[in-house]
Design a binder for this molecule. Sequence first.
Ligand code: KG4
Ligand code: ZN
Length: 333
Amino acid sequence: MSIILAIESSCDETSVAICNNGKITANVIANQTIHQNYGGVIPELASRVHQQNIIPVVQQALIDGKVNKNDLNAIAFTQGPGLLGSLLVGVSFAKSFAMAMSLPLISVNHMHAHILAHFIDDPQPSFPFLCLTVSGGHTQIVVVRSYSNMEVVGETLDDAAGEAFDKTAKLLNLPYPGGPLIDQHAKMGNPLAFKFSEPQIKSLDYSFSGFKTSILYFIRNKEKQNENFIVENLSDICASVQYSIVNILLGKVKKAAKDYKIDQIAIAGGVSANSGLRTGLKNLADEQNWNVFMPAFEYCTDNAAMIAIAGHYKYINNDFVGQNVAPLSRMEF
Ligand code: KG4
Ligand code: ZN
């Protein structure tokens, strides 16, 4: 029996969840809307808002999970990777709370947790499986051999897929975070209306910086001919950009599945909420005879439920850390 309280504060969501014996019974997420005014996450503001939100969010999670703080068995928290100031709020709170309540501490790698979100609900993949982990900060192909054995076999050499979405959205004058808005507009557009140059990398690695520059030049050129180009073609631009990003992402997944002879394929991270990626993966799975796993929308973007389930598996293995633990802004697998 274990009741774990988990804290996620790596970027701009303050989230606290309760995991009761492997079942998520609370998952409270406080979003920070302040960053919309700046077109991206401002680290100094993010840590300040985490500081304001953390206690009310913990209290709400205890209410939602119908548990008393005296019933908790462990405190799990995101150690990294993420923004240092944001992580410090969650880590410091977790350490103080654990000390006050004499509870063990469990440190969780945020990227592992995105993958372990697949073990919150059914259906669950069996090991080994491949996971395309695509977020605002990372783009990785991971061979997942167990709850703790994960090997990154491909990753971005520069920008993450989420950044490619968000930076394109910025060029199109859409507010931050632009990924979900591109997704919405893309639904009304023609994905083959415009073509962008896609990277030609032979390994399983990705690169999105050249792709991003090609979109910038494309828009600049079109605007020289027609100053209303963006407004008049927004849906087609969004659909075409999304189509290219999905194509780039799935091309490498197909190669990885072949290289590693794995036919269980999962996606995780904020960009796994993208409808084009989800449909594209389903279609490819039909063609390749894969079993695919996509997290429920609420577990795609940052949330503490995934930290709680990761904490649950570490609790079973008595995998705890001491009070000298500190956040890691860049954590290697
Ligand atoms: O995993 P996440 O919540 O935070 C990080 O760990 O980075 O991912 C956030 C990223 C952002 O870049 C956001 O634009 C993107 O996920 N995102 C999407 C969608 N929903 C979130 N990108 C494309 N389509 C979506 N529907
Ligand atoms: Zn994330």
